[in-house]
Design a protein. Sequence first.
Length: 263
Amino acid sequence: MTVLDTTARTGRIAGINPVAKLGVSALIAIPLILTLDPVSASVALVLECVLFFFAGIGWREFWLRTWPVWLAAPLTAVTIALYGETSGTIYVEWFVLRISDGSLALALATFLRVLAIALPSVVLFITVDPTDLADGLAQVLKLPARFVLGALAGLRMIGLFLDDWRALELARRARGVADRGRIRRFFGMAFALLVLSIRRGAKLATAMEARGFGAPGRRTWARESRFGAAEWMLLAVGLAISGVAVAAAIATGAWNFILGPSS
């Protein structure tokens, strides 16, 4: 769940501790970062679809939330196809642009790799509430409470920043100063929002200090963050996805360890 999303989730993954979702995202991403081949990425992507069905989100919301990933993946692939390592048959060559068998293979692997790494992270964190995430980071991972609560307060302010931006835009239009000069208007509004944000941050810090958020000693929490069988099962699923993807790449000879001599 994003900062502004308060929709109740009914999927089985929705109630799982956000720390486990962080962990499964890392378990899936790390092996894919270490290799650049289409087999491991495609196998991981197919297996990840199982997680998507249990996330409790509809298809419309899925496409609305993940469209930046679907936009970034082909753009990255195009860049690799044009400027990637040249090998095999060269199809197009102009100045620094070379499209060859090698660059096209790398482009396909990159496209699948971006999808396989980014999609599960986005889908899993649609169901995350910032307060639950803060509870998990502080109670399960034992991160400093001062850092966790500060980050949580910052996340909660994002919605206010968006409202302030809209209010500034409407105010400038009402005063007749927003009819032209879009670039100058943008920088003017950005500076005004920066000043407003600094003032609000100072007030928020003072209010949090007054309520004892920075006091020394062990802190108590309103809600207990549990890490049980469901969380371990989700981590096991992430480990299984990574293991099957790596095994498939090694078995087919497609494994390409990017830190090795073959990279």
